[in-house]
Design a protein around this ligand. Structure first.
Ligand SMILES: Nc1ncnc2c1ncn2[C@@H]1O[C@H](COP(=O)(O)OP(=O)(O)OP(=O)(O)O)[C@@H](O)[C@H]1O
Ligand SMILES: [Mg+2]
Length: 364
C-alpha cells in the first residue's frame, strides 16, 4: 500500500482499544501524523496515563502498520494521554474531570489507606489528583500524608474566600484536620459536617484535576447523601475485607450507590487485607479472614473486581508515619500501582459507555 496520512489512518482504524472495544481512529486517539522519508511519527492519546495496556496498544499499531506497509519504515509512536470525562463544564468543579468516591460499609477496613495510596499511585503516573477527606469527625488524611501541622492558605477571589489545598506527594488535599486543632475531639452535628463537605467541594481552589478522590466515612451516612447531592460522582470504589461481617456491610455500601435514585456507577470492589504476607517472603500467603470474599461480592453484583491488597506491616506503619506504602519498592508498590491502573481503566470504560451522573435531588 502507498504510504500517506490517510492510508495510515485507514490501517490504524483496524486497531482497537481492548477496553473500550472501539478503534483508535474513531476514538480520536491518533494525532499528529508526520511522514519524513522512511520515518513515520504520530501520537497515540490514551485515556489515562495509568493505562496498563500502553505496550499492547503500541505493539498492535506497529503490527498492523507492518502488515500493510512492510518493514522498511521506522515507526515512531509517542504514547501520551488525556484523561476522559463525561462532566459538562458545570459551575461546581468545572475543571475536574472525574470524581471518585471511596466507600465501604464497615469502619476500619482500609478506605483511607486505600484512598491515600491510590491517590499517590495515580499522581505518580503523571495524572493530576486531588483528595477530599470526607470523614469530618475522624479525619485521617493529614496523618497519612504527614501534613498534620499544615494550615491551608485562604485568598479572596472577588467577594468569595477560597481555600488553597495542601499539596503533598503531588496530591492536592483538603481535610477538616487542617482547620481544627489536632487532638481536639471534633463533635459535629450532621448538618455541620455536611456543610463542611460542601465547602470542601465548592470553596477550595482545586483547579484542573484528572481525578478527585473522596475518602468517605464508614457506613451510609448523611455525608454520602450530601456528596451525591452536591456533585455528580463519576463512580464509587468499594473497599472490603474478606470476612463475612465486612462483606455484609460492603454489600450495603455497594447497593446504596446502585439505588435508582442515587445511580452512581460502581467502578469496582477492592479486597483489602486479602491475605497476610511477610514482606520478605511475598510468596507466603495466609488467608486470615477467608479467601476471595471481595471477588465473590463483585461477581454477585456484576461489578469489576479491582484487585487484592495484602496485609503488610509496612502498610500500617506507612499510614502512621505519613509516608505512603506505594513509595516502597516491592509488593506494596506493585499492589497499589495495579490498583491505580485498574481504577483508571474502569473510569475510562465508564466514561466511554455510560451517561454522565446526575446530581441526586432528594425530595423531602
Ligand atoms: N493492607 C493493609 N495492611 C496493613 N494494615 C492496613 C492495611 N489497610 C489498612 N491498614 C491499617 O488498618 C487501620 C485502618 O485503616 P484505615 O484507617 O485506612 O481504615 P478506614 O476504613 O479508613 O477506617 P474508618 O472507617 O475509621 O475511616 C490503619 O491502622 C491502617 O494502617
Ligand atoms: Mg478512614
Amino acid at each position: 500500500m502507498q504510504l500517506s496520512k490517510e492510508a495510515i489512518l485507514k490501517t490504524l482504524s483496524r486497531v482497537q482499544d481492548p477496553d473500550l472495544k472501539r478503534d483508535l481512529v474513531s476514538l480520536g486517539m491518533i494525532q499528529n501524523i508526520q511522514i519524513e522519508g522512511q520515518k513515520v511519527s504520530f501520537k497515540v492519546v490514551l485515556t489515562t496515563p495509568a493505562c496498563p495496556l500502553k505496550e499492547v496498544i503500541k505493539n498492535n499499531c506497529i503490527e498492523a502498520l507492518e502488515e500493510d506497509f512492510g518493514t522498511g519504515f521506522e515507526w515512531d509512536l509517542t504514547m501520551t494521554s488525556q484523561v476522559t470525562t463525561v462532566r459538562d463544564a458545570t459551575p461546581i468543579l468545572p475543571q475536574v474531570k472525574n470524581i471518585i468516591a471511596i466507600a465501604s460499609g464497615k469502619g476500619g477496613v482500609g478506605k483511607s489507606t486505600t484512598s491515600v495510596n491510590l491517590a499517590v499511585a495515580l499522581a505518580e503516573t503523571g495524572a493530576k489528583v486531588g483528595l477530599i477527606d470526607a470523614d469530618i469527625s475522624g479525619p485521617s488524611i493529614p496523618t497519612m500524608f504527614n501534613v498534620e501541622a499544615e494550615q491551608p492558605a485562604v485568598k479572596k477571589v472577588g467577594e468569595k474566600n477560597v481555600i488553597i489545598p495542601i499539596n503533598q506527594y503531588g496530591v492536592k488535599l483538603m481535610s477538616i484536620g487542617f482547620l481544627t486543632p489536632a487532638e481536639s475531639a471534633v463533635v459535629w452535628r450532621g448538618p455541620m459536617a455536611s456543610s463542611a463537605l460542601r465547602q470542601f467541594i465548592s470553596d477550595v481552589e482545586w483547579g484542573e484535576l484528572d481525578y478527585l478522590l473522596i475518602d468517605l466515612p464508614p457506613g451510609t451516612s448523611d455525608i454520602h447523601l450530601t456528596m451525591v447531592q452536591t456533585v455528580p460522582v463519576t463512580g464509587a470504589v468499594i473497599v472490603t475485607t474478606p470476612q463475612k461481617v465486612a462483606l455484609a456491610d460492603a454489600t450495603k455500601g455497594l447497593t446504596m450507590f446502585k439505588q435508582p435514585q442515587i445511580n452512581v456507577p460502581v467502578l469496582g470492589v477492592v479486597e483489602n487485607m486479602a491475605y497476610f504476607t511477610p514482606e520478605e517472603l511475598p510468596d507466603n500467603k495466609y488467608y486470615l479472614f477467608g479467601k476471595e470474599g471481595g471477588k465473590r461480592l463483585a461477581e454477585k453484583y456484576q461489578v469489576p473486581f479491582l484487585g487484592e491488597i495484602p496485609i503488610v506491616q509496612s502498610i500500617r506503619e506507612s499510614g502512621d508515619t505519613g509516608y505512603p506504602a506505594v513509595f516502597k519498592n516491592g509488593i506494596t508498590k506493585q499492589a497499589y500501582t495495579e490498583l491505580a491502573e485498574a481504577v483508571a481503566r474502569q473510569v475510562a470504560i465508564r466514561n466511554a459507555s455510560q451517561q454522565k451522573t446526575e446530581i441526586v435531588e432528594i425530595k423531602a
